[in-house]
Design a protein around this ligand. Sequence first.
Ligand code: C2E
Ligand code: MG
Ligand code: MG
Ligand code: MG
Length: 283
Amino acid sequence: RAKASRRGGVCFFSSELDDEASERRMLEGDLREAIEGGEIEVAYQPVVSSVTGQVTSFEALARWTHPQRGPISPARFIGIAEESGMIGLLGTGLLLRACRAAAAWPSDIKVAVNLSPLQFESSGLVKTVKAALALSGLPPQRLQLEVTEGLLIRNVDHTFAILTELRNLGVQILLDDFGVGFSSLSYFERFPFDKVKIDQSFVAKIATSPAARAIIQAVVGLGRTLNMGVVAEGVETPEQMQALVELGCTHLQGFLFSEPQAESAFRHILRPDRDEAGVIASL
Ligand code: C2E
Ligand code: MG
Ligand code: MG
Ligand code: MG
């Protein structure tokens, strides 16, 4: 866009829009090919227990490297997939891949998969999750599904009914990015989430904003009363980690521990039996 507006020193608003729209159409076409060709990869990011320091789960995060443009952020391509009706196919493929990977991990390590609100709108989500579990052999107890409040602002009754069916399968339901947007405390009255993930914006401000600290503290209190784990996302520094542990967050996730990486980067944790001399591995 910056390029378009510099052209001849004059900004032609309509041509900017054209550029934007044609770039999007191109990405959409390429994304369709990438999805159908199985080219969307999964990166994994560890989540650690604040009590033991051990990895308890990995979050699966979608990755797309465009052949000409390099890596495209999931915020962008998940959005395109949602708007062009491809999120069902993409989401199902990612879920199956993540379940298959996790089925080969040590049995005390779970996998977390993000769901788009739109995956709740087609009727097949529960069937899809059942199929992924059956095909992969992953026990339901080892699958966590992350949902955001975006899901909960429309068609609430339908959504909670599906979440209940999913939870009855034995999978855990996590509320992601809590505290931004239109988060409502009433969600916790409507549904027994297994964990809540505090949005990374609060973690980033923990040293400078007494309000951010107080909000984290309040969510931790809620978590204790409701028997719900509290995960802090976006932990980047030892100082943040210490403050979050003191506040009582049960789990931590962030670049301090590891960036999301290919599964093979975590071989030492995920396939300890294949390591020399059976070294006990942790991060
Ligand atoms: P999310 O589910 O909240 O995922 C956490 C995001 O925070 C990831 O960004 C991760 O790379 C990033 N992150 C983790 N630790 C840190 C940290 O210490 N500092 C900073 N600055 N960032 C950190 P990513 O991979 O770019 O994904 C962005 C969002 O895209 C995700 O947010 C999720 O909403 C969506 N997404 C990613 N993969 C999928 C997927 O397979 N399906 C769906 N529906 N959405 C996905
Ligand atoms: Mg997530
Ligand atoms: Mg999040
Ligand atoms: Mg997020």
